[in-house]
Ligand binder design. Structure first.
Ligand code: G1P
Ligand code: ZN
Length: 543
């Protein structure tokens, strides 16, 4: 027999979070650990016999090993076909695009997104459904329930085709198609954006630096930016995907993308700078000596979408996660379209996109995307900006400042306290929550509390309810502080404090965000006793 049925026992806590199952590589290396989870995914699915599965990952350590196992298990479980990226590589948005293009049954993404990789780093596995998006809660819950009772898994003993060999192969009865990881994605981008106009922009000598952070977007950015759009070679930096991301932390923000930040703040800085994360779904946008907050970026993309071929017909709606600033709401209002406020996590956008209620979506955590796929999409956001820059021929800074002048500025910042004690973090949240009934009407310096609540959301399409999505203190005039514990960290707990204030007056829009938000930052500490309870005198990351 080529299919083996292996007896196994459940592992504790194989509960997939908002971004799949994420653990240290060493955890995934326990015998049967990955296999149990993969079998639990398959056990939770129905009617996939003979159908197509898409498989790929961000190239981090353990990617290829996991992919070989998944291929053997997919064959043993009866999938008809697997599409897998050459060398096991596929960015998260590319997986989404490929599932949709080939109408696959679903897909498996191997990644721990922006978390560090390597033998000591993190690994992750996520299941995406046939619309190309992350599995909704009812699916991840079913997977989890299967992990708790699993007794056996099925795996083929046949050898797995060499992942470097493009083309058609067989693994028993299952076809294995090893595909170019970039081609389908690049074709989709060409449909959305005016490549000719962007090429003209580069012909004028326009300068861009794209930092792939030694992660998955290197090959995508080199092909699209340098080969197809004519950006000079060298535009893409850190473009070779490495198993440990060159020992970096592939998270495109001001702290971790410091190579790029140094270049963009140097004397002779390029006109446009951008970076993407481990698996290619996040983006950071910079101008010459200028940082664009992801919340502003979403609003600006929405306000300029009509300039681009893929969005010329207008936006159906905008969706943003609750902690994301309300800058996009103002654009939606002006456009006369709906703006949805969802819990943190891309999966909450899926139903709105599928129902045609939203065209653009974004999160403050450097995630932006549209209905072209069902994941956020880093390079897409960069191409969107490039297309806007090619149309408007202004600097990034000028575009942002014009936007603020027109719509007002939402000063915004997120303060992260990473890897703090999990018990202390929970205590902080509990104590804060207990104060909420007493907060409305209370004055803190210049700010008066309007309401304080624990955010909950009812999905407008399937009416599912998500509770406990973040503690919000809303002040009169549109300022607010939100407190949330991260659902994606792998060490202790991470407290995220989101700060926002609104400034309509142009003459007062030029402050540094930390300066403008100084009073709110102090109020946050006063309310939640952050320094005492976390034992930290400052955040580990400020964005
Ligand atoms: C973080 C971000 C969230 C994003 C998620 C996956 O989750 O805050 O917006 O959807 O990563 O990329 P968190 O760690 O805050 O739960
Ligand atoms: Zn990511």
């Amino acid at each position: 027999m080529t299919v083996q049925i292996i007896t196994t026992q459940p592992f504790a806590e194989q509960r997939p979070g908002t971004s799949g199952l994420r653990k240290k590589v060493s955890v995934f290396q326990h015998p049967h650990y990955l296999e149990n989870f993969v079998q639990a995914i398959f056990n939770s699915l129905e009617d996939f016999q003979g159908k197509t599965l898409v498989v790929g990952g961000d190239g981090r350590y353990y990617n290829k090993t996991a992919i070989r196992t998944i291929l053997q298990m997919a064959a043993a479980n009866g999938f008809g076909h697997v599409l897998v990226g050459q060398h096991g590589l596929l960015s998260t948005p590319a997986v989404s695009a490929i599932i949709r293009k080939y109408q696959a049954f679903g897909g498996i993404v191997l990644s721990a997104s922006h978390n560090p990789g390597g033998p000591e780093g993190d690994f992750g596995i996520k299941y995406n459904i046939g619309n190309g998006g992350p599995a909704p809660e009812k699916v991840t819950e079913a997977i989890y329930q299967h992990t708790r009772v699993i007794k056996e898994y099925r795996i083929s003993q046949l050898p797995v085709p060499d992942l470097s060999m493009l083309g058609h192969h067989q693994l028993g009865n299952m076809g294995v198609e090893i595909i170019d990881p970039v081609a389908d994605y690049a074709q989709l981008m060409k449909q959305l954006f005016d490549f000719e106009k962007i090429k003209d922009l580069f012909k004028t000598g326009f300068t861009l630096r794209f930092d792939a952070m030694h992660a998955i977007t290197g090959p995508y950015a080199k092909t699209i930016l340098e080969q197809q759009l004519g950006a000079p070679s060298g535009t893409v930096m850190n473009g070779e995907p490495l198993e440990d991301f060159g020992q970096g932390h592939p998270d495109p923000n001001l702290t971790y993308a410091h190579d790029l930040v140094d270049i963009m703040y140097a004397e002779q800085a390029p006109q446009f700078g951008a970076a993407s994360d481990g698996d290619g779904d996040r983006n950071m946008i910079l101008g010459n000596h200028f940082f664009v907050t992801p919340s502003d970026s979403l609003a600006i993309l929405a306000a300029n979408a009509h300039l681009l071929p893929g969005y010329q017909q207008g936006l159906r709606g905008i969706a943003r996660s609750m902690p994301t600033s309300a800058a996009a709401d103002r654009v939606a209002e002006r456009l006369g379209i709906d703006c949805y406020e969802t819990p943190t996590g891309w999966k909450f956008f899926g139903n709105l996109l599928d129902a045609g209620k939203a065209t653009l979506c974004g999160e403050e955590s450097f995630g932006t995307g549209s209905d072209h796929v069902r994941e956020k999409d880093g390079l897409w956001a960069v191409l969107f900006w490039l297309n806007v820059l090619a149309c408007r021929r202004q600097s990034v800074e000028a575009i942002v400042k014009e936007h603020w002048a027109e719509y007002g500025r939402n000063y915004y910042s997120r303060h992260d306290y990473e890897a703090i004690d999990a018990g202390a973090a929970q205590q902080l949240m509990d104590r804060l929550n207990q104060q909420f009934p007493h907060l409305p009407g209370k004055k803190f310096g210049n700010y008066t509390v309007e309401t304080a609540d624990d955010f909950s959301y009812i999905d407008p399409m399937d009416h599912s309810i998500s509770t406990k999505q973040g503690l919000r203190v809303l002040f009169e005039g549109g300022s607010r502080i939100v407190f949330r514990l991260s659902g994606t960290g792998t060490e202790g707990a991470t407290l995220r404090v989101y700060l926002e204030s609104f400034e309509p007056e142009v003459s007062r829009q030029q402050l540094d965000a930390q300066v403008a938000l100084a009073e709110l930052i102090q109020i946050a500490d006063q309310l939640a006793n952050i320094q005492v309870l976390t034992g930290r005198d400052k955040p580990s990351v400020i964005t």
